[in-house]
Design a protein around this ligand. Sequence first.
Ligand SMILES: Cc1cc2nc3c(=O)[nH]c(=O)nc-3n(C[C@H](O)[C@H](O)[C@H](O)COP(=O)(O)OP(=O)(O)OC[C@H]3O[C@@H](n4cnc5c(N)ncnc54)[C@H](O)[C@@H]3O)c2cc1C
Length: 447
Amino acid sequence: MTGATGGSTRVVEADVAIVGAGAAGLSLAHRLSDPAPGGARPSVVLLEAPPGPLQPPPRTWCSWQAGPGRWEEAVAASWRRLRVRDRNGSATALATGPLRYTMIRSRDFEALAGRDLARRGGVLRLEATVGQVCDAPGGAEARAVTRDGAPLAVRARWLFDTRPPPAPPPARTTLLQHFHGWFLTTREPAFDPATVELMDFRTPQPPRGLSFGYVLPTGPRTALVEYTEFSARPLEPQAYEAALRHYAENVLGLGERHITGTETGAIPMTDGRLAPRAGRSVFRLGTAGGATRPATGYTFAAVQRQAGAVAAALRAGRRPVPPPAYPARARAMDAVLLRALATGRVEGAAFFPRLFREVPAGRLLRFLDGRTRPHEDLAVGLRTPVGPMLRTAAELPLLRRRPAAGPWPRASRPAPPPARPPAAPATAPADQADHAATVPTAPSDEE
Ligand SMILES: Cc1cc2nc3c(=O)[nH]c(=O)nc-3n(C[C@H](O)[C@H](O)[C@H](O)COP(=O)(O)OP(=O)(O)OC[C@H]3O[C@@H](n4cnc5c(N)ncnc54)[C@H](O)[C@@H]3O)c2cc1C
């Protein structure tokens, strides 16, 4: 790694430059800092946005894992049973076999990655806002501005950009997976800590798309409870609060509870193309590089696969083009499903419970992660409403990809949940205490 001053611009050179220190940037930096046989590790510069609006708020990543993974120390909870409920509450419970559904909180992930990077060396972390990235003689260059307003240029043989794109790509269909959740503690035991409520459709359904409740129990009295929609537009903050309160009180029947934190997000679900390649030496990774599965919003597992493949290519001296996050087949099936949901041809609240009822658990979980073989995809396809899906598939080639209506949704810190009197003080765990409120058992105003 070398540093120099070109005029008033500080210039830093390395083998690899990574822009963004979120899930994708840190995962790649962590792999590249792995001890290597013969000690030949690439020099890496990791550029991260200074604290402020470009840094996403803390979040929770869940994914399916076969064994202990690279981030095991950061796993906050894991489950081997899941449940899906249809609109009437009829439940399908599945054992997840060799797979575990694991929850990692971004703060724990960042702390673990940060500790390892500092211990191993080889990765220079710089705080700067990156403006332009482009190919340059001998590789690529990122132009940035530091916290103090000083210009910085990072030159590298290879550059990986993980900044979210300015807008979703032109697409035939773009829905949003948008959600709001509470980390909460109940007074009485209310949860089965062994079982995730993956999709609970006992929520009022929007006219187009779908909604469901999602419960990640971390103990008999503690859970992350979320209200999620797949639909065209996000809701106002009060509407999320009302929907979540309705789900917690009227559906789950939770009594007195203390809200120790919140999580809000909006993930574009699009059949537009987010190409991993942005230049001869410039590649996109993570959400920016198409790692979000269009029909589910799952991203974290694909980020790990992409980071692993890129690091292996660099070690082997190959061109480190990130592989597509999902097979073309999976993306084509997702495009059909997104369209069928967006047009209302397929009713989401019936579709998903049927899939979980009729497809063997192992196959379905691998399908959701984009890791099934063609005959398995066909078997899954046959468990969907075949007529509407085929009609939608026939229509897709005739549709134009249209530019997105708005910018890429920015994650913002949600408004604190409304405290309702009497707000009994309680102690929130420090790492969850974004906002805190105690909600007594009372019928909701919104109902
Ligand atoms: C609330 C929430 C919950 C989610 N839960 C799950 C889940 O359970 N499972 C799952 O698989 N996926 C989940 N996702 C989707 C996905 O895993 C996350 O969005 C994940 O953070 C994507 O990682 P990334 O590195 O691609 O992007 P990010 O984590 O957003 O990282 C991008 C990085 O770029 C930096 N940056 C931006 N602009 C600049 C700039 N100009 N200069 C320098 N740096 C910059 C940012 O500070 C950030 O660190 C969730 C998303 C959200 C929003």
